[in-house]
Design a protein around this ligand. Structure first.
Ligand SMILES: CC(C)(COP(=O)(O)OP(=O)(O)OC[C@H]1O[C@@H](n2cnc3c(N)ncnc32)[C@H](O)[C@@H]1OP(=O)(O)O)[C@@H](O)C(=O)NCCC(=O)NCCS
Length: 211
């Protein structure tokens, strides 16, 4: 059952090291258009992490990931702490039209299973030049550098397809995200949604991509 969110940012309706079965093997026919960003690294607890585009086979793990988010993480990501996706919205999230939205997820290998721990997406505006991003990292993994990796992947991907500007709508109380965005080169502006929401925006040519 879906609970309408007043804050549908990013157009929400929303390696060999890595050996968990099926973790890196989906993406299907749209993969070529989605782009080929894929990264693996070892997380702070020694677990193997994989960043790759989302795909339709990710529905079950995406459902678990979203259900597992705390009230606070949901609130900052979706504008409502009790936000839930309808099944059709979840399917749409896991199978975005690559000409419109691109989403990357991060999977952690846990006991032979690939568990989703973070997701980030951008959606292209009708002007074809700018895009809106949104992301969320599961609570237990926040502060581990996962969000930064995801943002860099989004920026790199958007830049490589010729987009000029990236922006995000951030609740004004989300100081952590505002600081995080500024650290990546985004400026903070007023939004059309009043003082409760701030707009962070960057020219993709100037966004920070260094380590
Ligand atoms: C905001 C968010 C995406 C950041 O992702 P993250 O994986 O926790 O961030 P990282 O570990 O990559 O850290 C990046 C920066 O965030 C800031 N940060 C991270 N953990 C922090 C903490 N506990 N307190 C304050 N700032 C923190 C720091 O500036 C950090 O930079 P540093 O590496 O130089 O210290 C994550 O906290 C989150 O999912 N929040 C809930 C959803 C949300 O707010 N989404 C944004 C709206 S679209």
């Amino acid at each position: 059952m879906s609970t309408e969110s007043p804050f549908k940012s990013a157009r929400l309706p929303a390696l060999p090291l890595f050996v968990a079965p099926d973790a890196g093997t989906c993406c299907g026919t749209r993969a070529a258009v989605r782009g080929d960003i894929e990264e693996t690294w070892v997380g702070r607890d020694g677990s193997h992490l994989l960043l790759r585009p989302v795909c339709p086979a990710d529905i079950a793990r995406s459902r678990s990931f979203l259900r597992g988010l705390s009230y606070g993480a949901r609130y900052f990501r979706f504008g409502r702490g009790d936000f839930q996706f309808a099944e059709a919205e979840l399917q749409g999230l896991c199978d975005p039209d690559p000409h419109e939205c691109t989403e990357f997820i991060v999977l952690a290998q846990a006991g032979g299973e690939a568990v989703e721990i973070a997701a980030a997406r951008y959606c292209i505006e009708p002007d074809g030049m700018s895009c809106e991003f949104a992301l969320v990292v599961t609570d237990a993994w926040q502060g581990s550098g996962v969000g930064r990796r995801l943002m860099k992947a989004l920026i790199r991907h958007a830049r490589s397809r010729g987009l000029k500007t990236m922006y995000g709508q951030i609740l004004a109380t989300n100081t952590r995200m505002l600081e995080f965005a500024q650290g990546l080169g985004f400026g903070v502006e007023a939004s059309a949604h009043g003082p409760a929401v701030r707009l962070v925006r960057t020219a993709l040519s100037s966004a920070t991509l260094e380590a």
